[in-house]
Design a protein around this ligand. Structure first.
Ligand code: UFG
Length: 339
């Protein structure tokens, strides 16, 4: 059973490749290394004992994508992670985001249709809900006006999938991630942001290790118990496992509809200060942080209703917040000591 993982050297992609291999899948990775590095392929092989096939090219290139699929027309499915994902950057460079994230998806869908490859798992995001009116947020909640071009690419991608399955013989599952954090238990792969991290946990671990001076906590005047914003943090390995479940659901023809959507969250909301406290507890480090103004575009609170995923996918996140922060810290230390 051969699966294409686009963006397979990236953060969530690399963890998913390892889980697929551990379940007996053969994996082909396509990545243009725009936000990742080729040594990740070796790190994956180090963990799993199996080196995935790796091809480096840009899926926004229609010709290269079409040629790739002709060579690999025996794929059982595709998990499509490859995309730009920085909210702030997308505001500055909207066309770069629309071109990259949408054109690559369309190229993949066309090539899948041409080669009778039917199954696609798509990386979506809880950002499609904006600030939901009801918490926890279920898959039935309305899609809100996107806060950023990045968020809009996820909404439009879901629309493209919905339309495509009507006319092509394609099944698609969109997985709406909440906030993935943490790293593989071996600490051989993890989150590796280029430059100054935008996201909370890499900023915390980089501050603790001395790469950043101080973490800014964006706002303590939200309507939450401690005033800081609340998210549903999910361990990246739990997230990776959900992709394997989704792929199997497609291959085993258990889908109820040709387009399905699932929330991937734990159902628990934690504040920024909760995450800091957890980090300080598991690491024994005192974190240097200060409260600053809110960050533009941030929602106040969002956490998942994961019941539909529990019931239909038979998947449940197992790892708690301390395991998430501990694994992120172990990875940061391992990576910095190695380099
Ligand atoms: N935060 C800080 N300081 C930082 C970084 C973040 O206080 O230096 C806070 C944010 O304000 C927010 C929380 O930590 O309250 C989480 O922030 P992240 O940047 O880690 O994550 P977001 O929830 O903002 O973004 C994530 C994904 C996006 C996705 C979005 C949808 O990174 O891809 O969820 O809500 F679009």
């Amino acid at each position: 059973m051969k699966i294409l993982v686009t963006g397979g050297t990236g953060y969530i992609g690399s963890h998913t490749v390892v889980e697929l291999q551990s379940q007996g899948f053969e994996v082909v990775i396509v990545d243009n290394l725009s936000n990742s590095q080729a040594w990740i392929v070796d790190a994956i092989a180090d963990i799993s004992g199996k080196k995935p096939v790796f091809e480096q090219f840009d899926l926004a290139d229609q010709k290269l994508t079409s040629e790739f699929f002709k060579r690999h027309n025996d794929l059982q499915g595709v998990i499509h992670f490859a995309a730009y994902k920085a909210v702030g950057e997308s505001v500055e460079k909207p066309l770069m985001y629309y071109r990259n994230n949408l054109v690559s998806l369309m190229n993949i869908l066309e090539a899948m249709t041409e080669n009778q490859i039917e199954n696609l798992v798509f990386s979506s995001s809880c950002t499609v809900y904006g600030q939901p009116d009801e918490l926890p947020v279920s898959e039935k909640a309305p899609i809100k006006l996107a806060e950023s071009p990045y968020g809009n690419t996820k909404q439009i991608s879901e629309e493209i999938l919905k339309d495509t399955i009507k006319s092509a013989k394609i099944n698609a599952i969109a997985l709406r991630y909440f906030n993935p954090i943490g790293a593989h238990q071996t600490a051989k792969i993890g989150e590796l942001p280029l430059g100054v991290p935008n996201n909370l946990v890499p900023f915390i671990t980089q501050t603790a290790i001395g790469l950043r001076q101080q973490l800014s906590v964006f706002g303590d005047d939200y309507n939450t118990p401690d005033g800081t914003a609340i998210r549903d943090y999910i361990h990246v390995v739990d997230l990776a496992e959900a992709h394997v479940v989704a792929v199997k659901r497609m291959i085993e023809k258990q889908m109820k509809n040709a387009f399905e959507v699932f929330n991937l969250g734990t159902g628990n909301g934690y504040s920024v200060l909760d995450v800091i406290k957890s980090f300080e507890k598991v690491s024994g480090e005192k974190l240097n942080y200060k409260i600053v103004d809110r960050r533009a575009g941030d929602v106040e609170k969002v956490w998942a209703n994961p019941e539909w995923s529990h019931k239909e996918l038979g998947w449940k996140a197992k790892r708690n917040l301390d395991e998430m922060t501990a694994s992120a810290w172990k990875w940061e230390q391992y990576y910095r000591n190695k380099n």
